[in-house]
Design a binder for this molecule. Structure first.
Ligand code: ASP
Length: 448
C-alpha cells in the first residue's frame, strides 16, 4: 500500500488533475491519496489558501466578502467544468465556502484554521468525485473519519499518539481514500491545522498509521537537486538520499518538503519518494534509512545565508572551567537558538541565524561578555553564509575536505570556519555571503 500526496501545483488546474488521475490509475497500490488545496496556475496566480486568508480577514473585520467567496468558488467551478464533473459537487463546495461566514468570530480560536482547511477539504471532495466518475472506486474521507485527531494548538497542531490506532483501521478498506491534507480535528471536534505547507505532514502521518510500504510525495520537480537550480545550471536530481542527508540539506536551504513531515515516516522506517506530477516516469528522489545502491561520497551541496557569528577570544580560555556554560547561559536567558560552535584553544565562535539577534539582545550580549566574562576580544560578524557538503558515505572516503578546500581556494574564497560532526554526514564551511554562489558552483564542479 502506498500513500500518495499531491501538492498544490499538481492540483491547480483541470489539466493537472488529469495527470493526477493517470498517476493514481497506473498503480493499484495507490490507495491513500492526500491532497493540498489548488495552488498557483502561474507565477501571478493566487493559492486558494491565500485567498481564504483574505476572505477570513474581510469577514473578521466586518468587510465585504462577496468577491472573495466568488473567486474561490469559481476556482473550483472552472476545474470541475473543464473536467466534466457533475456540477452537483460545486453546490456542495459553494455551501461549504459560504457557511464559513456563519461561524462565530469571538471566542473561537479555531476560526482561522477552519477557513484555511476549507481549501484542502473542498479539493478532496472535488477530486473524489472526479475519480469516481472516471471509474475509480474512490471516496472522500474527512480527517475525523480517518482518525486524524490532533492537539488543540491552532496553526500548529500535533497528532495525538492514540490516532495511529484509528488510522491503522483504514488498511482494511478496499476503496481509494481521498483525504484532505493540512488539518486534523481536536478531541472536541474543532478543525485545527498544521503549520503552513502542512499537507506533507498529513501524508506522512497516514503513511505511518497504515504502515505503508512507501510514501510518495508528488510535486513539480524531478526530485531533489544536488544543488540549488538557481545557483548551479541544471544540477542533477539525486536518485537516493538518506533521511539524515535530507535533514542536513533541508537545514541549509533545501526546502522541498515540510520539515515536520519527515518525522513520522522516518520513525516508522517507511521510505519516501519525491516525484514530479509533470514527469511521472522520472524515478525522482528516494529517501531511505540507509543507502541501498548509491556509494558516492557526496550527495548534495547546499548553502544558506543570513548567519551571524559571535567571535570571542580570551587568553587561557581552556583553563577556565565553566566558561562555555556561562557564554551559552546568556543566550538561553535571551531565548536565542544557536546553530554551531566552532572553537580554538583560546577562542570560540557561536554561529546563529541573523533573525535571532535583535539590536537589544546584541547589546546585552556584548555587555555581558565584556563586563562579566571579561573576554579579551569580541566581534560580531555579520553577512555570513554556511555551505554544507552532505553525504553519509563521506566517512568511507579520504580526501573530501581536501578536494573541497582546493576547489574553494582556487576561487580565492576564504574559509572563516570549518566544522564536521563525528557522524561525518556533513562538512560545514562558514564564508562571507557575497561568496556563497561562487562557492557552491566551485564545489558542485569538484564533486559532480
Ligand atoms: N494549502 C496549505 C498551504 O498553502 C497547505 C499545503 O499546501 O500543504 O500552506
Amino acid at each position: 500500500m502506498k500513500v500518495t500526496k499531491f501538492g498544490g501545483s499538481s492540483l491547480a488546474s483541470a489539466q493537472q488533475l488529469q495527470k493526477v488521475l493517470n498517476i493514481v490509475k497506473s498503480d493499484r497500490e495507490r490507495r491513500f491519496i492526500v491532497v493540498s488545496a489548488p495552488g498557483k496556475r502561474d507565477a501571478q496566480d493566487t493559492k486558494v489558501t491565500d485567498a481564504l486568508i483574505q476572505y477570513y480577514n474581510h469577514y473578521k473585520n466586518n468587510q465585504d466578502t462577496s468577491a472573495d467567496k466568488a473567486w474561490i468558488i469559481q476556482r473550483y467551478r472552472d476545474i470541475a467544468t473543464e473536467l466534466n464533473v457533475n456540477l452537483s459537487i460545486i453546490s456542495t463546495i459553494q455551501k461549504s465556502i459560504e457557511s464559513l461566514e456563519c461561524l462565530p468570530i469571538t471566542n473561537n480560536p479555531y476560526l482561522y484554521d477552519t477557513f484555511l482547511a476549507a481549501g484542502e477539504d473542498n479539493n478532496a471532495k472535488l477530486i473524489a468525485a472526479f475519480f469516481k466518475e472516471n471509474d475509480l472506486d474512490a471516496i472522500y474521507l474527512h480527517p475525523s473519519d480517518a482518525g486524524l485527531f490532533v492537539s488543540s494548538e491552532p496553526q500548529n497542531a500535533r497528532l495525538l499518539p492514540s490516532s495511529y490506532e484509528h488510522i491503522q483501521k483504514l488498511r482494511q478498506g478496499e476503496q481509494i481514500y481521498v483525504i484532505p491534507g493540512f488539518f486534523g480535528v481536536t478531541m472536541d471536534n474543532n478543525i485545527c491545522t498544521f503549520s503552513r505547507g502542512g499537507s506533507d505532514i498529513t501524508g506522512s502521518l497516514i503513511a505511518a498509521g497504515i504502515h505503508a510500504e512507501l510514501y510518495e510525495n508528488f510535486t513539480d520537480v524531478d526530485g531533489i537537486f544536488a544543488a540549488h537550480p538557481g545557483v548551479v545550471n541544471k544540477p542533477h536530481s539525486i536518485s537516493e538520499l538518506t533521511y539524515k542527508e535530507m535533514r542536513e540539506l533541508a537545514y541549509a536551504g533545501f526546502s522541498v518538503l515540510h520539515d515536520e513531515a519527515l518525522i513520522p515516516v522516518y520513525r516508522s522506517k517507511i521510505p519516501l519518494v519525491i516525484k514530479n506530477t509533470n514527469n511521472p516516469s522520472h524515478p525522482g528522489t528516494k529517501v531511505t534509512l540507509k543507502h541501498e545502491t548509491l556509494d558516492l561520497p557526496v550527495v548534495g551541496i547546499s548553502g544558506d545565508d543570513k548567519f551571524v557569528s559571535i567571535n570571542i577570544s580570551k587568553y587561557l580560555m581552556n583553563r577556565e572551567i565553566g566558561f562555555g556554560r556561562k557564554v551559552l547561559q546568556i543566550l538561553e536567558e535571551l531565548n536565542i537558538r544557536w546553530e554551531h560552535i566552532p572553537t580554538g584553544i583560546d577562542d570560540m565562535s557561536i554561529v546563529l541565524r541573523e533573525r535571532e539577534l535583535t539590536p537589544e539582545k546584541e547589546e546585552r550580549i556584548v555587555d555581558y561578555l565584556q563586563n562579566e566574562l571579561h573576554v579579551d576580544d569580541l566581534e560580531i560578524e555579520k553577512e555570513l553564509s554556511i555551505i554544507m557538503i552532505v553525504g553519509e558515505n563521506m566517512k568511507n572516503h579520504i580526501g573530501i575536505t581536501a578536494a573541497a578546500t582546493k576547489a574553494l581556494s582556487e576561487k580565492n574564497i576564504n574559509l572563516e570556519m570549518i566544522s564536521q560532526g563525528s557522524s561525518e554526514v556533513s562538512i560545514m564551511f562558514v564564508i562571507k555571503s557575497k561568496e556563497e554562489k561562487a562557492a557552491i558552483q566551485a564545489l558542485y564542479s569538484a564533486f559532480f
